[in-house]
Design a protein. Structure first.
Ligand code: EPU
Length: 317
């Protein structure tokens, strides 16, 4: 990050305003599910939405680039680290509101830093149908909506009713479902013109249905148990590395057929359990993971003429 009078003032302001919630040159390996990543110039974990908005607006005024890291999942941050400010929202307390309607619909509103698994758990406890598809998706609601995260049972687009994003002037702007174009692992905002520097999702409402608690709970247990058998849930990872290519075999199957499961580079390994996962077996560096990503792309392309595209975000330098 360029050291200017503005960025220096921003650092001083942050230190004063955020105390222990901000750190400088913070190793991102401490905050990513992969447990890799070099230092962020500035790392901040606001404990309220107002504070998050204030920081983002000040960063914009000071010309400091911002990266919203969700919950640190679905990410590979380079060993050289990341310039500018990295923010996570999962430190904001998870206030969640529920509105039940006579027709059985339920509108659940939560802030973007709430973990998706928290919403899944609450839906099961309350007997709300609709979230079980997301069991096992790591990360926060905001991050998962932004990438339309999903499983073979569905994707976020099925349940999102509306979202609130931070607009350029610092106010929260409501976007209804009709203002959102969901695609496979992508979200576009066709009606957005005035939001800079990023459409940061701050809050979302989900449309679920009142259902039978026992049926929903039984279904959830079966999904979690199937997933635990198939995926390397005990080692640090970032979820699926690649998107499933359209109209082709799933990425994990292609990597498996290319004989790459169990391939090791430094402290990283293509999971022996599931070809679309890379695991950190102890002391992986981002460069080990990036090597395996390139290897999988190359081998799958050579053997099957399929271009794999990463689902994880690769950021930093
Ligand atoms: N397969 C293999 N070898 C492997 C892995 C998979 O042959 O090493 C085969 C399986 O036997 C199955 C097919 O490939 O026939 C699909 O595998 P799986 O059921 O595991 O689903 P997936 O398409 O690989 C998707 C999501 C996961 C989600 C699971 C379960 C994507 C990119 N991945 O995986 O999401 O957990 O379904 O619903 O859509 C994530 O997004 O981070 C993620 C892990």
């Amino acid at each position: 990050m360029k050291d200017t009078a503005d960025t220096q003032n921003f650092r001083l302001w942050l230190k004063d305003r955020c105390g222990s919630l901000v750190s400088f040159d913070e190793p991102m390996s401490r905050h990513t599910s992969f447990k890799v990543g070099g230092p962020a110039d500035i790392f901040v974990r606001p404990d309220s939405r107002d504070l998050a908005v204030t920081i983002l607006m000040r960063a914009k005024e000071s010309g400091v680039p911002v990266f919203m890291a969700g919950d640190g999942t679905n990410l590979v941050i380079h060993d050289e680290g990341i310039r500018g400010l990295v923010m996570i929202l999962s430190n904001v307390p998870p206030d969640i509101a529920f509105e039940e309607f006579p027709d059985g619909n339920v509108l659940v509103t939560a802030h973007a830093g709430v973990r998706t698994k928290t919403l899944c758990r609450i839906a099961i406890e309350r007997g709300y149908d609709g979230m079980n598809f997301a069991l096992g998706i790591p990360g926060t609601l905001g991050g998962n909506i932004a990438m339309n995260a999903g499983t073979h049972l569905g994707a976020m687009e099925q349940v999102v009713h509306s979202i609130r994003i931070l607009s350029g002037n610092g106010t929260l702007k409501n976007l209804d479902r009709k203002d959102l174009n969901f695609h496979y692992r992508r979200l576009h905002y066709p009606t957005l013109t005035d939001t800079t520097p990023l459409p940061v999702i701050f809050e979302a409402s989900f449309l679920l249905r009142k259902g039978d608690k026992k049926t929903i709970g039984d279904e959830a247990r079966a999904i979690v148990s199937a997933r635990t058998k198939k995926q390397p849930v005990t080692l640090p990872n970032a979820g699926c590395i690649f998107k499933n290519p359209e109209g082709k075999d799933p990425a994990g199957k292609l990597i498996d057929m290319a004989g790459l499961k169990g391939r090791v580079q430094g402290g990283a390994m293509i999971s022996e359990k599931h070809g679309n996962f890379i695991v950190n077996t102890g002391n992986a560096r981002a460069e080990d993971i990036l090597y395996l990503i390139e290897l999988a792309k190359k081998e799958v392309h050579e053997r099957f003429c399929v271009e794999l595209e990463t689902e994880v975000k690769i950021v930093g330098l």
